[in-house]
Design a protein around this ligand. Structure first.
Ligand code: DQA
Length: 151
């Protein structure tokens, strides 16, 4: 059974209480449960993480890249939070590992402040998903399964 990594960046540990009008009322633990169900439904095992530190996310991407090269990982769903809009290092980690990655945002970043319109992740991502609320995580995991079918 292949793994999927679901990686969450800064401030996503605050889900549930953080700007509920934008991000909804589900907690990160609720999101983990939703991802567990989606992973199971698509025949994957799940590795779900959150970090407020850019280097931790980079290390996780390197790890994911190694697992994918060994045929043990289908890909990564990454909600990089605000690092989306700032991090050349995350861009380089995705490119450098060649890992299959879906960029995920709970909110529709393009309907928000202009500083959220640019992403350093998108040019390195296989696909981008934004604005489906936390349900987007399940859709992204199903999307990874679809990509796998095409290989
Ligand atoms: C976010 C959107 C980002 O702009 C923001 O900095 C986040 C969350 C989202 O899930 O909608 O932290 O990635």
């Amino acid at each position: 059974m292949k793994k999927v990594y679901v990686l969450n960046g800064p401030n996503l540990n605050l889900l549930g209480t953080r700007e509920p009008a934008v991000y909804g009322s589900k907690t990160l633990d609720d999101v983990k449960k939703l991802c567990q169900l989606a992973a199971k439904a698509n025949g994957f095992s799940l590795d779900f993480r959150q970090s407020n530190h850019e280097g931790d996310l980079i290390d996780a991407l390197h790890e994911a890249g190694r697992l994918q090269a060994q045929g043990k990982l289908a890909g990564v769903v990454l909600n990089a939070g605000a690092y989306t809009h700032t991090s050349v290092a995350l861009h380089d980690a995705i490119k450098g590992t060649g890992v299959t990655l879906i960029e995920l945002h709970i909110s529709n970043v393009h309907a928000r402040e202009s500083f959220r319109h640019h992403s350093y992740i998108s040019p390195a991502a296989k696909a981008v998903m934004a604005g489906f609320g936390v349900q987007g995580y399940a859709l992204a995991i199903a999307g990874l399964a679809q990509l796998g079918d095409k290989k």
